[in-house]
Design a protein around this ligand. Structure first.
Ligand code: NI
Length: 256
C-alpha cells in the first residue's frame, strides 16, 4: 500500500476527473490521500472531498504564495480544524522564491498557523522554498515541535532535514526525487531514517518521471516510492509500508 500525504484534488484539473483519479489510486494500491488546503475561500471544497470519500482526509490553512486572499486568524484556523476529517494545519511556511519584497506578512501568517497547530494538537504541513533558515528559526521560536508535522515536498539539504527532524518533523519526498538532475536530493532520500519519511505527489504539480510535465495524480506516488526504493536498494513494499505507518502515526487518524 502507498499513501499520498499531499495533493490538491480540489484543483479543477483533478476535480473534473475525480472518479477516474480514485479508480487509478485503487488500481495502484494507493489507499489514502491527504487533500491540502491553500486558502480559506476554497477550503469548503477541500473539506467536502474528505467528507465524501472515506479514504480522503484534509487540512486547513493558507499557502505562503497566496498574497491576495483573506488572512486567517488563529481562532479561525482552530475552529475550522475542529472536524474529524481535518487532520492537519497547512500548508503553511515561507517562500522567498515565488514572492519578493517585504515578506513580513508571510512570516506572521506562518506564526499564526504554528499557534493554531499547537492549540489544536494537529500537525503542520510546511512548505519552504529558498527560506530554510527563517523557516527553521520561526519553527523554533514558536515551538512548532509541540505540534509536529511534515516538511512537505522536501528539496533542501541534509542539514535542514536534520534540524527539522530534531524538532520531531517528518520529511516528505515528491516526484522531484525522480528527476535525473536532483542528485543532491537523491542523496538526502538515501540517508533519511525510514521511520521519518513520508511520500507525496503535490498533484496536480510535479509529475514524477516518466510522466514529467503531465497532470500529476495521487496514483503516481508509487513512482516516488519506487525511486526511493531503488536508491536505498530495498523492496518498494518496504517504502510503501513504512511511509504508510508513519502517515497514520503523524496524522492520528485510523485505517478506514
Ligand atoms: Ni501543495
Amino acid at each position: 500500500m502507498f499513501i499520498d500525504s499531499h495533493c490538491h484534488l480540489d484543483f479543477p484539473e483533478l476535480a473534473e476527473n475525480l472518479p477516474h483519479i480514485l479508480a487509478n489510486m485503487a488500481a495502484n494500491q494507493v489507499t489514502h490521500a491527504l487533500c491540502v488546503s491553500v486558502d480559506l475561500p476554497d477550503f469548503p471544497k477541500v473539506r467536502a472531498l474528505a467528507e465524501a470519500h472515506s479514504n480522503l482526509f484534509a487540512s486547513v490553512g493558507v499557502h505562503p504564495d497566496y498574497q491576495d486572499t483573506p488572512e486567517p486568524t488563529v481562532a479561525e484556523l482552530v475552529k475550522l480544524a475542529d472536524h474529524p476529517r481535518i487532520v492537519a494545519i497547512g500548508e503553511t511556511g515561507l517562500d522567498y522564491f515565488r514572492l519578493k519584497g517585504d515578506l513580513e506578512w508571510q512570516r506572521e501568517r506562518f506564526r499564526t498557523h504554528i499557534r493554531a497547530a499547537r492549540e489544536t494538537g494537529k500537525p503542520l504541513i510546511i512548505h519552504t522554498r529558498e527560506a530554510a533558515a527563517d523557516t527553521l528559526r520561526i519553527m523554533q521560536e514558536e515551538d512548532a515541535g509541540e505540534a509536529g508535522g511534515v516538511m512537505h515536498c522536501f528539496t533542501e539539504s541534509w542539514e535542514v532535514a536534520a534540524q527539522a527532524m530534531e524538532l520531531g518533523f517528518y520529511i516528505s519526498f515528491s516526484g522531484i526525487v525522480t528527476f535525473k538532475k536532483a542528485l543532491a536530493l537523491k542523496e538526502v532520500a538515501k540517508r533519511i531514517p525510514l521511520e521519518r519519511m513520508l511520500i507525496e505527489t503535490d498533484s496536480p504539480y510535479l509529475a514524477p518521471a516518466p510522466f514529467r510535465g503531465k497532470t500529476n495524480e495521487p496514483a503516481w506516488v508509487k513512482h516516488v516510492a519506487e525511486e526511493i526504493a531503488r536508491l536505498r536498494e530495498i523492496p518498494v513494499e518496504e517504502i510503501g509500508k513504512t511511509t504508510s505507518i508513519n502517515y497514520f502515526k503523524l496524522f492520528k487518524h485510523t485505517f478506514e
